[in-house]
Write a protein that binds this ligand. Structure first.
Ligand SMILES: Nc1ncnc2c1ncn2[C@@H]1O[C@H](COP(=O)(O)OP(=O)(O)OP(=O)(O)O)[C@@H](O)[C@H]1O
Length: 246
């Protein structure tokens, strides 16, 4: 569903991502982890056509994001780390606008169901300017889900959400994967990934340090006293590399 081959990105000569290859199949949830500046957002932006790749190919649902951007984007739901909403539009107007952009007919039932599942139905006719940060985040996610995308790309999806909201979004992510979506999530919240992601990729300075199933990555650390085995694995993977380079 998502196939990235030898993807590289340079910003004016600075290499942000180098020779990255991976794939995400329907039903899989890939957790993208790495330190600040590792290249996570760049990779997600390239996949949804905001940032052109310097090299390599990015396929979404069989469509090359550079050569067939419309077809590829029709299959993508993207939630950026700082979703930009229109302050003077209501929650419902955002959904109607999104439906128009994707040329969806009869979107109302799906939109209502999304608002109910995100506990936003009582804010249906509220201007987004008057919503809390977490609520705005949920509006962005509802809009991204409206066209039932086959590929969902989340950049820090849990920012600003309360514990109930976090649980709700995790549940929604699981349900989307269960119904066949291929999902990538970028986050620094490693402990939350453990019960959610099927696969993990560790990026460091634009390079892939580790890509594998969650169980393979976790099995490398074995028994641990740490609260998060993934956190343990992450430090082991990134520090091993640092030691090798020293
Ligand atoms: N438009 C741009 N122009 C120049 N450099 C950029 C641009 N966007 C990103 N970069 C650089 O590319 C590198 C990767 O940035 P990116 O935003 O992809 O990292 P990230 O892994 O998402 O980081 P974070 O965890 O802090 O969000 C950084 O060094 C960043 O400064």
């Amino acid at each position: 569903m998502i196939t990235v081959t030898n993807f590289g990105k340079q910003y004016k000569g600075f290499t942000a991502v180098k020779n990255l290859s991976f794939s995400v199949e329907p039903g899989q949830i890939l957790g993208l982890v790495g330190s600040n500046g590792a290249g996570k957002t760049t990779t997600l932006r390239a996949l949804c056509g905001i940032v052109p790749p310097t090299s390599g190919r990015l396929l979404v649902a069989g469509h090359d994001i550079v050569r067939e951007p419309i077809e590829a984007k029709q299959n993508i739901g993207y939630i950026p780390d700082d979703p930009r909403l229109f302050d003077t539009m209501t929650v419902w107007e955002h959904l109607a606008f999104t439906a128009a952009a994707y040329q969806l007919v009869d979107f109302e039932e799906t939109a209502e169901a999304l608002l109910v599942s995100f506990e936003l139905i009582h804010k249906r006719d509220t201007l987004v300017h008057n919503l809390s940060r977490g609520m705005r985040q949920k509006v962005a996610i509802a809009c991204a889900f409206l066209h039932d995308p086959k590929v969902i790309l989340f950049d820090e999806p849990l920012t600003g959400l309360d514990p109930q909201g976090i649980r709700g979004i995790q549940q929604a992510i699981r349900e989307r994967a269960h119904s066949g979506a291929a999902i990538i999530i970028s986050s620094h919240l490693l402990s939350l990934f453990e019960n959610l992601c099927t696969h993990i990729m560790v990026l460091n300075l634009g390079e892939c340090r580790r890509f594998g199933t969650m169980s393979d990555v976790l099995s490398e650390v074995g028994e641990t006293d740490s609260n998060s085995a993934l956190e343990e694995a992450y430090f082991s993977i990134t520090q091993d590399k640092e030691k090798a380079e020293a």
